[in-house]
Design a protein around this ligand. Structure first.
Ligand code: R5P
Length: 299
């Protein structure tokens, strides 16, 4: 293996976090915009025969996407033996269905785009809801790294006597996995989405868990409306403020404020997207997946 990590613009922190576990060098990427807005990119390393791993931080995917394409093509032009992609947060996973006539089903289109550019993909807990697995939309080997082991380690170390709370039915997969690893109970709330920034959440009877510390876990915190409403309702039912854990800190501009106003005891996220709330390191597991992918691509 001759891995070289190539950070796409904006993914320098993610590449450094990954390099700390992978013991692989980080390449030098020069990126800027021409006055007309077009991208200038230059890879300064010798890529001939290297196993190139592009690392991308895709909180704002549209401006990043074309540059990923250019990086992958340039790495191949320069002789890379393989070009994989590590996107710890995989965007465009929620519009996986045409809800209204004429809507773009972007999860499939984005997957086809990345599948043409890269040999393989490693990501962390993609939002699989109606899709059972990434292979339904990705034509390349796509590895789904679970954040549950890292989250469970954090909860076990930081929260005595927890009860894990999933804010909606989709979060049950993470809530149950983390609770199983910690060895504590979990419950799942019931959510109805009324709009992009409006949800209703109901909390079931929780007397059996009185005395336990509620820990809300969701995969994505975006507008934070889901978490904020769940925090308020959990506080009123449990009589204590929950810790909020998000896998992916997407965080719209006013999201952190919404969580503070709702009265969260703490907000902690995994380092799949850089954010002040990052406190859970999932890059050890990502590094293992990258090693396995590189080896398997070499045949
Ligand atoms: C939705 O199904 C996801 O699991 C999250 O609950 C959702 O994306 C959170 O979004 P927001 O923070 O905007 O409520």
């Amino acid at each position: 293996m001759s891995i070289l990590l190539v950070p796409a613009p904006g993914a320098e922190q993610a590449a450094a976090d990954l390099a700390a576990h992978l013991a692989a060098p980080i390449g030098r990427v020069e990126a800027r915009r021409f006055p007309d807005g077009e991208s200038y990119l230059r890879l300064h390393d010798d890529l001939a025969g290297r196993d190139v791993v592009v690392v991308a931080s895709l909180r704002d995917p549209d401006p990043q996407a074309l540059r990923l394409w250019y990086l992958a093509q340039t790495a191949r032009d320069l002789g890379a033996r393989q070009v994989g992609l590590v996107a710890p947060y995989l965007p465009y996973m929620r519009q996986d269905k045409r809800f209204q006539p004429g809507e773009a089903v972007t999860s499939g289109t984005f997957a086809r785009f990345l599948s043409q550019a890269f040999d393989w993909l490693v990501t962390v807990d993609p939002h699989l809801h109606r899709l059972a697995s990434l292979s339904e939309v990705y034509a390349i080997p796509a590895e789904n790294v679970a954040s549950a082991p890292a989250i469970a380690r954090w909860v076990a170390t930081n929260v005595p006597e927890p009860v894990i709370v999933g804010p909606d039915s989709e979060s049950e997969q993470w809530a149950s996995d983390v609770a199983g690893r910690v060895g504590c109970p979990f419950i799942v709330l019931s959510k109805r989405r009324l709009g992009d920034r409006s949800v209703e959440i109901s909390v079931p009877e929780a007397r059996a868990y009185s005395g336990r510390a509620p820990v809300l876990i969701d995969d994505i915190i975006s507008s934070a409306r889901t978490m904020a409403v769940a925090v308020r309702n959990v506080r009123s039912v449990f009589g204590r403020a929950p810790v909020c854990i998000g896998v992916h800190a997407v965080f719209a501009p006013d999201a952190m404020r919404a969580l503070r106003e709702a009265g969260a005891a703490a907000v902690v996220t995994c380092n799949t997207l850089p954010h002040e709330s990052n406190g859970i390191d999932v890059m050890g597991e990502v590094a293992e997946a990258v090693r396995a992918r590189v080896v398997s691509a070499l045949g």
